[in-house]
Design a protein around this ligand. Structure first.
Ligand code: HT7
Ligand code: ZN
Length: 881
């Protein structure tokens, strides 16, 4: 397997200006004729051979400037078509290939999902359709003719605008699409199939009338309206917030049920995993609605951050992904609640990105090398990449940031850009040198910032001392060099011991932000009347771990009085985390459900709930939710015993449930939806459901019998999938008749709803009991389960391997074995999904020795299997390195 290095980037020797594609769809013998208008690239090597990428293609014919190529002029291997002596002037290459969409189980290139023809070309799927310069810095204008059997595929969609359609012989028809915007091949798409449609129109701020539509499985049109509305809201938001208007006459979204990731931003033709399109109150949870809205927005926003300005090479992936995640996070914050959304973002970052950054797969936001690019669509590139953009805004301020964005879009429009181009736009607008800031892109690992505060009553000063420490990460994706100090924006404030902002000033704090640039620094506040409580990294202003030894009382002060909602939540999390770590490392038995720290937290939460739960239920639900098991494992760091963490979490849930029981039941009553009230997926309604269900979770932990009765009743009465699933969750934790009956009934009720069955699979896969492994094996034989469908694999197997720490890390190693077995079974079909499943082993070095040995054995077994895909072999190799 070859390694690709950023340092080796060279421009392409040839460019392609125009592509004409004729795609004649057929289930097993699709023929593609590509007419490519090529020319030598002045920035490339003159006279070099033309090497077009290919993958699993059958070549039928090649012609150069209308003539068949002579003997020896071309060479064809499974992975490339080489023209040895291409003309050193513009020329036309016509290539006819054949592919088999029905046999394409990798779901890359052209494939069939439930009979619908669709494509996935990012990162390197276009070479599975035709031979091409399949790299993002080769941008061309595409015209696509799609032909198909009219019965089989009445709907034919391509990139850009529709140009023409008509008959193409008996039973066949065609459509021609033209995309005037030059684009890299990874944004190419076609769709052909029998699809239902919902549509509307949007008028852009430039006065362009856009036909927007969402295509779904026929009969499910009613479930596409929320997504359609989200498209219109995204368009309006990008105009309002970034001045970016849509640039074609149509914008189509197509939902398919077999898809490797969430969705794909193909120009004018976004293709989605149907999980992120289809929603009805009966089948989708509030979290599903929020995800649909966010992912629709994300793909739409790519039209500027990704499509109009694309990436020069795949090392620059964060340029489009980090920026677009930042943009979709801002959209969701504006459409919903900003603090609540920020907390959700940080929970994801800590649960997914921090462990990635601390494990063997750690890599910089812009990696320096890769073997398989598909393994770099990671939380680090996406989520940490978004945090970098957010820090840039914090450092420059919103106005300069917006001007920088405008400059970036205008100077880089129509180009394949780099992180340097991005930063240059902000440097030019701000007049600031961003070279040190750029280290965030190059250095892997989560920094720790240690902070100590000291009050001098005589001088009335308060001094905060900061020290940043950066992990040394030596992996092939990261430079081995010693890390250099980062530019860390610390949004902060001082809280008076009795509440309210404390007096005190420092010239080094501007707009509430202190910038830590040196390895160590201290910040002196003057005129401070009494020892304050510092509120640091407000709004999580930098993706760091904070080592700040506040007392319990100081944290309680922040929980009660901080003006920053994020840090109020953080205070509750930190209080809980202290209890959890102490209990998990002391090996507390399950019976230890009391303890002064837990009671203190309970009292603080009681005061908080009494004061404001009903004012902001969504926020209150988050305050009541304890840090997850993975987060506790990260806090412990080494020799982790996942069972001890689970027990610690369980005992605290029981303790809080007991301390808060009456209140929680009162809240549930107060928040109950009146019978017959209409359903709304809006944030306020979702927040009320979230708090009711967070209350149920704690009540059920404290009183399994009473909780079971409550959950059974909720399951009976629920009118939303959110409430039904929230009732099933605590039920699934109590072994016995009631659980099995409830699960069986749910499975039967939704047997024809694959996306709902996914929730049912996931819930069962996450039961923290020894019997779960056999349950998962059993469910793998369920008629609705298929290794060929990524959603099914993710909901059943990945839920077990990634979201059930006690069972994945079973002391006997059986959880590792099951995961390894599925990875190997899947690898031949769908290497991308197999490789992603294998990342469950990312935390293997953190667990205690016995488990660690067994995990290593399973990983070695995978790594040593002959014939592995590059995807799985890359993850296995790096995990063991
Ligand atoms: N840009 C898209 C990434 C994507 C993808 C990557 C590899 C293999 C399959 C894929 N499907 C979609 C989606 C996004 O981040 O917007
Ligand atoms: Zn994206």
């Amino acid at each position: 397997q070859t390694i690709v290095r950023l340092a080796d980037y060279r421009p392409s020797d040839y460019l392609i200006d125009r592509v004409e594609l004729d795609v004649r769809l057929h289930p097993t013998e699709t023929r593609v004729t590509a007419t490519l208008a090529l020319r030598p690239n002045p920035a490339g090597e003159a006279g070099a051979p033309l090497v077009l990428d290919g993958d699993e293609l059958t070549l039928l014919a090649v012609a150069l400037d209308g003539q068949p190529t002579g003997p020896g002029a071309i060479e064809v291997t499974p992975r490339a078509l080489t023209l040895h002596q291409p003309p050193q002037r513009p020329f036309v290459l016509e290539i006819e290939t054949q592919v088999n969409p029905s046999a394409n189980t990798k779901l890359m290139g052209l494939y069939r999902s439930n009979g619908v023809y669709c494509t996935q070309c990012e990162a390197d799927g276009f070479r599975r359709i035709t031979y091409f310069l399949d790299r993002p810095d080769v941008m061309a204008v595409y015209t696509t003719r799609i032909e198909a059997d009219r019965d089989e595929a009445p709907v034919l969609l391509g990139n850009g605008n529709p140009v023409e359609q008509g008959e193409a012989g008996p039973g066949r028809h065609y459509a021609i699409w033209h995309d005037p915007h030059p684009k890299p091949a990874y944004l190419f798409a076609v769709v052909g199939g029998r699809l239902g449609r919902v549509g509307s129109r949007f008028t852009t701020m430039e006065g362009r009338e856009v036909e927007i539509a969402v295509y779904v499985e026929p009969g499910k049109e009613g479930r596409a309206n929320f997504a359609l509305d989200a498209v219109a809201r995204s368009m309006a938001w990008d105009e309002r917030t970034f001045g970016r208007a849509y640039d074609l006459d149509v914008f189509n979204v197509v939902a398919v049920s077999d898809f490797n990731m969430g969705a794909m931003e193909n120009k004018g033709l976004n293709i989605f995993n149907d999980k992120y399109v289809l929603a009805s109150p009966d089948t989708a949870t509030d979290a599903d609605y929020a995800n649909i809205e966010a992912i629709i927005a994300h793909e739409y926003f790519h039209n500027w951050s990704g499509n109009r300005v694309t990436c020069r090479d795949w090392f620059q992936l964060c340029l489009k992904e980090g920026l677009t995640v930042f943009r979709d996070q801002e959209f969701s914050s504006d459409e919903r609640s900003r603090p609540v959304h920020r907390i959700a973002e940080v929970r994801t970052l800590r649960a997914r990105q921090f462990p990635e950054d601390a494990g063997p797969l750690a890599h910089p936001v812009r990696p320096q090398a890769y073997r398989e690019i598909n393994n770099f669509y990671t939380a680090t590139v996406y989520e940490k990449g978004a945090e970098i953009v957010r820090m840039l805004r914090t450092l420059l301020g919103p106005e300069v940031f917006r001007r920088g964005m405008d400059r970036y879009f205008s100077t880089c429009d129509g180009t394949a850009a780099t992180v340097e181009d991005f930063l240059a736009a902000f440097a030019a607008e701000s007049g600031r040198d961003l070279d040190a800031f750029a280290r965030w892109y190059a250095q892997a690992g989560t920094p720790t910032v240690a902070v100590a505060g000291a009050y001098d009553a005589g001088r009335r000063t308060y001094t905060l001392s900061f020290r940043q420490s950066l992990p040394v990460i030596a992996t092939e994706a990261a430079a081995a060099a010693e890390p250099r100090p980062l530019v860390i924006p610390v949004a902060l404030g001082l809280v008076a011991p009795g509440g309210g902002p404390a007096a005190g000033r420092s010239e080094r704090v501007s707009d509430g932000v202190f910038v830590l640039e040196a390895p160590e620094d201290s910040l002196v506040f003057t005129d401070v009347e009494a020892a304050p409580v510092p509120s640091l990294f407000r709004g999580f202003s930098a993706p760091v771990k904070v080592d700040h030894a506040l007392t319990r009382d100081e944290r309680l002060t922040l929980l009660a009085h901080d003006g920053d909602a994020f840090n109020r939540w953080q205070a509750a999390q930190s209080l809980a985390m202290e209890v959890l770590v102490a209990r998990a490392t002391a090996g507390a038995p399950l019976a230890a459900e009391a303890g002064p720290e837990g009671d203190a937290l309970g009292r603080a939460l009681a005061t908080f709930l009494d004061g404001e739960a009903l004012a902001d239920p969504a926020f209150a639900a988050l305050v009541l939710t304890l840090p997850g098991e993975q987060e506790v494992a990260q806090a412990i760091g080494a020799d982790v015993d996942p069972d001890a963490i689970w027990r610690a979490r369980q005992t605290l849930r029981v303790q809080l449930g007991r301390n808060l029981g009456a209140r929680l039941l009162g809240l549930r009553d107060a928040l109950a939806q009146p019978p017959g009230a209409p359903f709304s997926p809006d944030a306020a309604s979702a927040g009320r459901r979230a708090l009711r269900n967070a209350a149920l979770d704690l009540v059920a932990a404290a009183d399994p019998e009473g909780g079971t009765a409550l959950a059974v009743a909720q399951l009976e009465d629920a009118v939303t999938m959110t409430d039904r699933l929230a009732a099933l969750a605590p039920l699934s934790l109590v072994p016995g008749e009631a659980r099995e009956a409830a699960l069986a009934r749910f499975g039967e009720t939704y047997r024809d709803e694959p996306l709902v069955l996914d929730k049912w699979f996931a819930l069962q896969a996450m039961i923290p009991e020894a019997g779960t492994l056999e349950r998962v094996r059993g469910l793998m034989r369920h008629p609705a389960f298929s290794l060929g469908n990524p959603n099914r694999v993710r909901s059943l197997v990945a839920s077990f391997s990634l979201n059930n720490p006690t069972q994945f890390h079973r002391p006997d190693g059986a959880g590792y074995d099951l995961t390894a077995e599925v990875v190997l079974a899947l690898d031949g079909k769908n290497p991308q999904v197999a490789a992603r499943l294998l990342t469950a082993f990312n935390t293997w070095r953190m667990v205690e020795d016995g488990r660690r040995q067994r995990a290593a054995e399973a990983l070695r077994r995978v790594a040593g299997t002959p014939g592995l895909s590059p995807d799985v072999s890359d993850i296995a190799g790096r995990s063991l390195a």
